[in-house]
Design a protein around this ligand. Structure first.
Ligand code: PXP
Length: 243
């Protein structure tokens, strides 16, 4: 059965907009788990623009499913990963100016540093995944560097402006998944998946985990807004002030 891991970075983005305590991504993770999420994902970025070290530490202590830490392959974040011990580390490329993770990781160009840190994480009992485009060379390189998983980037599929491009991207991802599985890699997918575009992937065997954030948090804002407004209306009603 394919599983769903919910990325709660965007809850932290909203909190950071005011620099306060709410909404708390740790609370969001608990609600996601109660609703059936199979895992929780956070990206601890070098610039700490959304998830903070405190979030990661609390999530490790509180969540009951799996914690997937997305991170750049840097010394500082490696030390944190080795201390916190997530269930899975997903290496992603990271650029400070980007709005979100843009392309896949260039595993071919970074084989030595990836091999070294994948080994270190393995020794600490932490599984590893590489966020890559569905490119045959990147998939082969992911096997060579010793990763347990690849996470195939679905962003281009999600962003395709016409049906032909979308189909082309979908077929490329499907081929990538087959190749990765033949090589013995486990497969996750993610980026830009939403309520309209996720369904076709259910026809592809072997996807272990869907990594989805933005569309779920966006929908939560909208489906929750009706109740939130009603609750505030009730609070400001003179009938309800406790006197
Ligand atoms: N997978 C990776 C590696 C990501 O960086 C992200 C975005 O944080 C996602 C999945 C989830 O993408 P989205 O927020 O578009 O669902």
């Amino acid at each position: 059965m394919p599983e769903l891991s919910v990325n709660v970075d965007h809850v932290a983005t909203l909190r950071q907009a005011r620099g306060g305590k709410q909404p708390d991504p740790v609370a969001a993770a608990m609600i996601a788990e109660l609703a059936g999420a199979d895992g929780i994902i956070v990206h601890l970025r070098e610039d700490r623009r959304h998830i903070q070290d405190r979030d990661l530490e609390l999530l490790r202590k509180t969540i009951k499913t799996r914690l997937n830490l997305e991170m750049a392959n840097t010394e500082e974040i490696m030390q944190i990963a080795l201390k916190v011990k997530p269930d899975l580390v997903t290496f992603v490329p990271e650029r400070r100016q980007e709005l979100t993770t843009e392309g896949g990781l260039d595993v071919l160009a970074n084989q030595a540093p990836l091999t070294k840190n994948i080994q270190k994480l393995k020794k600490a009992g932490i599984k590893t995944s590489l966020f890559i485009n569905a490119d045959p060379y990147q998939i082969k390189a992911s096997k060579r560097v010793g990763a347990d998983f690849v996470e195939i980037h679905t962003g281009k599929y999600a962003d395709a402006l016409d049906e032909k491009t979308k189909q082309k991207e979908f077929q490329q991802i499907a081929r990538g998944i087959r190749q990765a599985r033949r090589l013995g890699l486990r497969v996750n997918i993610g980026h830009g998946l939403d309520y309209q575009n996720v369904h076709p992937f259910t026809a592809i065997p072997g996807i272990e985990d869907y990594s989805i954030g933005h569309s779920i948090i966006s929908r939560a804002v909208l489906v929750g807004l009706d109740r939130a407004v009603r609750e505030m209306k009730r609070l400001i009603s003179p009938m309800d002030d406790g006197r």
